[in-house]
Design a protein around this ligand. Structure first.
Ligand code: URA
Length: 514
């Protein structure tokens, strides 16, 4: 008569109890309990299959027949990841693998073994889940500078992923709620608690509108690849992503736009007009001649510039926009894809964000001059796409002659450097934007320069609270409000020892000599 195999039940305190699992594996191996004699349960699971025929094995009990063992490093990381998979059979599989690795050393070198393949597939899914969490968690602000996010991971990945958020958002107090677990960070330590319900997390609020606006701005129909987009941002995450509600209408609009672009025979970015043809075109257009010493003459001269290689590949030079005598000059890095095609600064996504900021500040366009440190679009071709490439220091230095001539013709009362390239070109030295943002620095000619982030940096930033990031940026820009208001500037304040002028309101900006 066949004997009924007796089964031992091993209980773990939670589905992500990695330490408990490892301790149990060591104990079970020491007790020589074969995988088929062990079943795994999580606290809270029913005892349906537990026949109770074996006593619980306590740490330290048993025969300890097997010597202590060590798994190869790549196996340890495979186990750490696969153990967090949602499949209820994962612990049985992983224990079987340990058991077999000890008995069949050749298994280490058999990448096609079915157990190994399955464990690797689980580990990959877990890594992907962790990655998705880092990309798709959206914190919402709560009173008291606290933030909370709701997320539904596919696997038991919150505990393993939380340190990423603690590093990234170290200054914030935040909580991430998931159905299985919650994590909180108080600025010093991580703590984990039970799972939560979606209703426990804050719903959409006004701040979300800003994030939606960002998303709509950075959504580039030319780069729309719906299949790829859904692969990167699978539909299951959409319900918790504020921007997801925009995807369908933006896709629809993008398709209509691409239809129109095809009808209009869109420009082919791979066939740029060579420099000579631009010069010829300019020569052939009498209306393009301009009185010397004017911004128009400067625009024509800039268009013909080939002092560095960038101009060879761009569609056209993008000159500044505004009138001589504008109170404030805003200087960006270089034209982007859309600016290059349209020949105007700040008309693409970063420009839209900038224009939105200017609207909120109530700054009249007539009092502004918008330009860039570098006048041609530098890019690299990736397939048919032109990806922005930051101009090199040499290229920016060569191009600064055009910016200097713009400053001389416009004679602004102050300038704002949007980002590091602009700050370096305006001030002639490298400037750490993080440390100097919101501060007035002074050029050798006395022109006060307010330093802040480039709008593209805000669009790229994975800020937990985009509204707050935008508000900080507006606060930086607002330091130039007295210039825009035409306030009489107070007498020169002596520069601080490091040459800085802290933006403290109207008093922070000194009059420009001459
Ligand atoms: N970024 C810039 O720096 N300038 C532009 O004109 C557009 C994007």
């Amino acid at each position: 008569m066949p004997t009924l195999e007796r089964v031992h039940t091993e209980r773990l305190s939670a589905p992500d109890d990695l330490a408990g699992f490892k301790a149990a594996v060591r104990r079970l191996v020491a007790q020589q309990l074969a995988p088929q004699s062990v079943q795994w349960q999580m606290a809270g699971d029913g005892d349906l299959f537990d026949d109770g025929s074996l006593p619980e094995i306590q740490p330290g009990r048993g025969t300890a027949a097997a010597a202590p063992f060590r798994l190869p490093a790549e196996m340890v990381s495979l186990f750490d990841n696969a153990a967090l998979h949602a499949d209820p059979g994962r612990f049985a599989l992983l224990y079987r693998l340990v058991w077999r690795l000890l008995a069949e050393p050749g298994l280490r070198d058999d990448p096609l073994d079915a157990d190994r393949l399955l464990a690797e597939r689980m580990a990959r899914a877990v890594r992907r889940d962790m990655h998705k969490m880092t990309a798709f968690v959206r914190f919402r602000p709560l009173p008291g500078n606290r933030h909370m996010a709701w997320f539904e991971p596919e696997h038991h990945t919150l505990v393993a992923t939380a340190p990423f958020f603690a590093r990234r958002f170290a200054q914030m107090h935040w909580a991430i709620l998931t159905p299985g677990r919650s994590a909180t960070w108080d600025g010093h330590a991580l703590a984990f608690g039970p799972g939560a319900r979606r209703e426990d997390a804050p719903g959409p609020d006004a701040g979300e509108q800003l994030w939606l606006t960002y998303y709509a701005h950075i959504f580039n129909p030319a780069r729309l690849k719906p299949a790829m987009m859904q692969k990167e941002m699978p539909r299951r995450y959409w319900k918790n992503l504020p921007e997801a509600q925009l995807i369908a209408p933006l896709m629809h609009e993008a398709m209509q736009r691409s239809g129109r672009m095809v009808e209009e025979a869109a420009s082919d970015p791979q066939h740029r007009r060579p420099a000579a043809s631009i010069a010829l075109r300019l020569d052939q257009r009498p209306a393009e001649t301009a009185a010397p010493g004017t911004l128009d003459a400067l625009r024509l001269a800039t268009a013909a510039c080939r002092a560095c290689p960038i101009g060879q590949h761009a569609t056209q030079a993008v000159h500044g926009e505004g009138q001589p005598g504008a109170a404030l000059m805003l200087v960006g890095e270089q034209p982007g894809d859309q600016e290059d095609l349209r020949g105007q600064p700040f008309v693409g996504p970063a420009g839209q964000l900038l224009r939105r900021a200017l609207e909120q500040l109530g700054w009249s366009r007539d009092a502004l001059y918008l330009t860039n440190a570098v006048k041609h679009f530098k890019y690299e071709l990736r397939g048919k796409r032109r990806l922005h490439k930051t101009a090199g220091q040499k290229e920016a230095a060569i191009c600064s002659q055009w910016l200097e001539r713009e400053i001389a013709l416009v004679q602004p009362r102050a300038a704002i450097a949007l980002g590091a390239t602009a700050a370096r070109s305006l001030l002639g030295r490298p400037v750490a934007i993080g440390a100097s943002r919101g501060q007035w620095l002074r050029r050798a000619d006395g022109l006060p320069v307010l330093v802040t982030l480039h709008p593209a940096a805000l669009l790229r930033m994975e800020a937990p609270d985009p509204e707050a990031a935008f508000a900080d940026w507006l606060a930086d820009l607002r330091a130039a409000a007295p210039i825009m208001a035409g306030d009489e500037e107070p007498a020169d304040r002596p520069p601080q020892p490091d040459g800085r002028h802290r933006a403290t309101g109207p008093g922070g900006v000194a009059r420009r000599p001459g």
